[in-house]
Design a protein around this ligand. Sequence first.
Ligand SMILES: [Zn+2]
Length: 416
Amino acid sequence: MTLKLKNSLGGALEEFRSLEPRKVRMYHCGPTVNQPIHIGKFRSYLLADVLRRHLERSGYEVLQVMNITDVGHLNEFEEDVVEIAAGRTGGYAWELAENEMRLFHADRRALGIRGAHEYPKAREHVDEMIETVRLLEEAGATYTEGGNLYLDITRYEKIGCLCGSSLEELVELQGDSKTTEGAQKRNPLDIDLWRTDALHQMRWESPWGSGFPGWHVECVAMSRKYLGEYFDIHTGADDNINPHHEFEMAQAAVLSPEGGDRDPLSHYWLHSGPVSVEGQPMSKANRNVVPVRELLESGIRGTVVRVALLSKHYRDNLDFGEAALDRASDVVNVILGFREHLAGLPAGADEADAPAAQWIADTDAAFGAALDDDLDYWKAISSVAGAISGLEAETVGSPARALDALGDWDRVLGIL
Ligand SMILES: [Zn+2]
């Protein structure tokens, strides 16, 4: 089997081919560190984690980058969400961001998510963002209005290619929520590149005045720095598609026109699906947003949260709640219990000569096939738990080999 991934760009299940032999460069839109991170975001980080683990187990060398947004993420009132959160506690924005970032990493580790190779913080890459904006300006794609600098969206003909909407449809979608700002822009979809704001806590000098970079510039500048202008895979949550990923592509297209017919920035785009909680879509309006930290503090094991968030195919809607946690807990207990059982068995005298048990080969084939089929983690872990549950004492085979197989599968499962 070869790995097939559903590319959000075009919507087809495509055979994965890396740009360089056996090497993969991948980028994931990371957290905005203003508050505890919820299960919907973590579901998308788990998609990136499983993808990376499966690629590495399949023999690829992976370079993974995930940004940390600590400045420039604005709410519906156009306030910086990190500064607003800091204001509530009377502290400084960067202190709150550092603290939330530390807690994010603690949550991440509890869920068995391997550390990316780089976690660039937006605040520490403003020079790169200014340079990116300068290049966009040099390409003649920008204009200034009301003290802010914008990218003219009409410079990118393929806008909407990820979400499948036309420019007109996107303008209509965007229209209402951006009227204040839209009045200043030539087109409501024009992208904020630089905002001048003499009162912003976190602000920098730039050719366009003292202020801060637009959120959509951050990922473009940081991914180009660490991964180059064109890389293998860009992942995120489905609510990143429009407008964030559309806007990343628009900027990359202006920056690298020599790409020609090649789609800008990344070859593959993968997105995790939505999350509901006990049947209700998870949203601020529904008051049912679940931070991972809350689950961990209530005593639920991190491994169980991990598997519960992976208990549906990453693209499908995941209904989170008691049922998902029970389902995950059962599977985790089967695997942990089996490992304990194996560790307690005496190694046989003829251990080294024991034939490999058939169940290991069968399970390994099912496990690999499930992951190669667009990363079906739940099918993969269920094949392991199902095989273990069906074993009789005499069919287990060599305990040492069974432990080795478990350890090997766990390179992707991430629960031991
Ligand atoms: Zn991003």
